[in-house]
Design a protein. Structure first.
Length: 629
């Protein structure tokens, strides 16, 4: 192979780490370890031996120099003579050996790398190696697949004890950690990396492990009703989004699926996807799982659907889906190759799940945002209020489904929101509304909040108003919202965790203006629609409220030059005075922005308004004629 690039040995360690991290068959999402031993100057200028090892929680695929803390090797090696050492003692001791005291916390397996005499050490959780390591007899499987010069260490949780056991086998070519992974080493970066690839290739051929492809999303044949009900069961504590891998239907349909569900390819996956998979033959399986193991399942194998995972955000869900695919298929390969498998006992799984050193990685994560795990649909999201509301909800952790007839504007809104789903179409068309609801369920598993914001300006004196203009205003500003209310209702009921319907009405619902009849009547009807929804939804925990803003000009496509001129004429002012006029007529004397409306919507979408339904929240600066009554 070509030389691993880098100007220094640390640079070459980074390059080697990225090569390993980019290969999904070797490590996944923060897994694995790499290290190198080199010479550096201390604070007195003395040259001393240093171990540079991946920091805890870092990802090999994106590693940089700063992700490899250094430890004075001569301070670590005397620990070989100790008989035992607790995790707490080990962590405290490592803290005194740091080259940069304020650097990232070194890997839990620092001593394993330090005690091996080789300059470069790699530890991977390769699928094929794990298939061997979980065989009924891992020693025999490794010997037959990789040769007598590759040693096997029976399972022990990473730490001081495992480090000493591996060091005792330094005369071997490499070491397989039962139920865990592979440790290789070499004098050069190339030697350790090549050995890893060689042994993984031999293991892959021996167990006939098929390549694991990209997760297949839910298909049209997926039972969306079941997904929605499942999301409700999984979200009774905290809201969760779902991700589906239909490519695992074959595994979910196996007769031995319970055996596959009870194992993991490596303990490294346990903290992210849990120690066990729930087999979903019926929805009550979620309750049985929680009663047995004391936690809601993160991963489920559902016959006819495939693999379903739950998480507070869609990116975490996708990571879990990938980890689950590797874990399930590796376990299945072990069973198929050896006629059975071995795995950790329940106490060992519980011990790993509660391991303080690993839990520390999760504890360092930032707190969840207010709307984490929630799913919000915003109509009329291409501009104005809809765009501001969508951005604000996304910033609070919500997952966004956006709908509008303006495709160009909608894509611009979506481009600023990670993982948003954008659907272009006419919300007065029931078929498009059906597609919007189906899109939300397919993307995230359900819905929690709907912001009914789509609308058009409709003006004209009643005596001169065309029939079509009247009808179009009613269709867009009122009927489309009825169509969406009707179609989202079954989703919210089946989830069984309530929901929030937020109708963006207008100051004109209570204080109409002459010449603005078609718009004002539709917005008044929207308030009444909200009230009926509140009456009918209370028993199911479905809250319905309205937000009544006054004119909002920034970013709005509603306020065309023609509309500005019409409304200015109605108020006896010049068109360029219209914004100042609307601001000055309110009690607070200030202009209303889309961000003001977004703040009100966020309140109504959140648990902060859990006791509020049937309410009209004014965001108009205080227009007395528009006070709710």
């Amino acid at each position: 192979m070509a030389a691993i690039p880098g100007d220094t040995e640390l640079d070459r360690l980074v390059s080697r780490s990225r090569l390993i991290g980019s290969d999904r068959s070797l490590v996944l999402h923060g897994g694995g370890n790499t290290s190198t031993k080199l010479v550096e100057a201390d604070h007195l200028g003395r040259e001393r031996r240093v171990l540079r090892i991946k920091g805890s929680g870092s990802d090999l695929a994106t590693a940089e120099r700063r992700h490899f803390p250094g430890l004075w090797l001569d301070d670590l090696l005397p620990l070989r003579e100790r008989a035992e050492m607790t995790d707490e003692e080990m962590v405290a001791y490592l803290g005194h050996c740091m080259v940069e005291p304020d650097g990232p916390r070194p890997s839990i397996e620092t001593l394993l790398h330090a005690f091996l005499p080789a300059t470069n050490v790699d530890h991977v959780h390769a699928d094929a190696i794990c298939a061997l390591a979980n065989a009924p007899d891992p020693h025999r499987a490794v010997r037959e697949a990789l040769g007598d010069d590759v040693a096997v260490v029976d399972y022990i949780r990473p730490g001081f004890g495992l480090s000493k056991r591996v060091a005792d086998l330094a005369s071997a070519r490499a070491v397989v950690l039962a139920h865990h992974g592979l440790v290789t080493w070499g004098a050069s970066n190339e030697e350790s990396y090549e050995l890893t690839l060689e042994l993984v290739a031999r293991a892959t051929q021996y167990v006939e492990l098929s390549e694991i492809g990209v997760a297949s999303p839910a298909t049209d044949s997926t039972d969306t009703d079941e997904l929605v009900r499942l999301r409700g069961r999984l979200s009774r504590g905290n809201r969760q989004v779902l991700a589906v891998d239909a490519g695992q239907r074959t595994i979910a349909g196996r007769d031995d699926v319970e055996l596959i569900a009870a194992a993991r390819s490596t303990p490294d996956h346990i903290l992210r996807i849990g120690g066990r998979t729930c087999v979903l033959r019926d929805l009550d399986a979620v309750d049985r799982f929680e009663q047995t193991y004391g936690a809601v399942p993160r991963v489920l194998l559902a016959p006819g659907i495939g693999c379903v995972v739950a998480a507070a955000d869609v990116r975490t869900a996708r990571v879990r889906l990938e980890l689950a695919a590797h874990s399930h298929r590796t376990t299945a390969a072990t069973i198929d190759r050896f006629g059975g498998s071995s795995w950790l006992s329940d106490p060992e799984i519980d011990d790993f799940e509660q391991w303080p050193l690993e839990l520390a990685k999760l504890a360092s994560a930032p707190p969840a945002p207010e709307l984490a795990g929630s799913i919000a649909l915003v109509t009329g999201a291409a501009s104005g209020i809809g765009r501001d509301v969508a951005g604000d909800l996304a910033g609070r952790g919500a997952h966004l489904v956006l709908a509008d007839i303006d495709g160009e504007g909608l894509l611009e809104t979506a481009s600023g929101i990670a993982d948003a789903v954008a659907l272009v179409g006419d919300l007065t068309d029931p078929r498009f509304v059906d597609r919007v609801i189906a899109g939300a369920v397919a993307a995230f598993g359900g819905l929690d909040t709907v912001v009914f914001n789509a609308g058009i300006a409709a003006t004209g004196a009643l005596a001169a108003l065309g029939d079509h203009d009247w009808q179009r205003s009613i269709e867009v500003n009122l009927t489309s919202h009825f169509l969406l209310t009707k179609r989202v209702w079954p989703v919210l009921q089946r989830q069984g965790i309530g929901g929030s319907l937020v109708y963006i009405s207008s100051k004109n619902a209570f204080a109409p203006g002459a010449g603005f009849g078609p718009y004002s009547v539709a917005k008044a009807g929207l308030v009444q629609l909200m009230r009926i929804a509140a009456l009918e939804g209370g028993a199911d925990g479905i809250r319905a409220n309205a937000v009544n803003p006054d004119a909002i000009f920034a970013g709005s496509k509603l306020w065309s030059d023609e509309l500005r001129a019409q409304r200015a004429a109605a108020h006896g002012i010049e068109p360029d005075e219209i914004e100042r006029f609307y601001a000055s007529r309110s009690l607070l004397g200030r202009a209303v922005s889309g961000n003001d409306v977004a703040e009100a919507v966020a309140f109504l979408a959140s648990e902060r308004s859990q006791a509020t339904t049937g309410c009209v929240l004014t965001v108009d600066g205080g227009v007395p004629a528009a006070f709710p009554r």
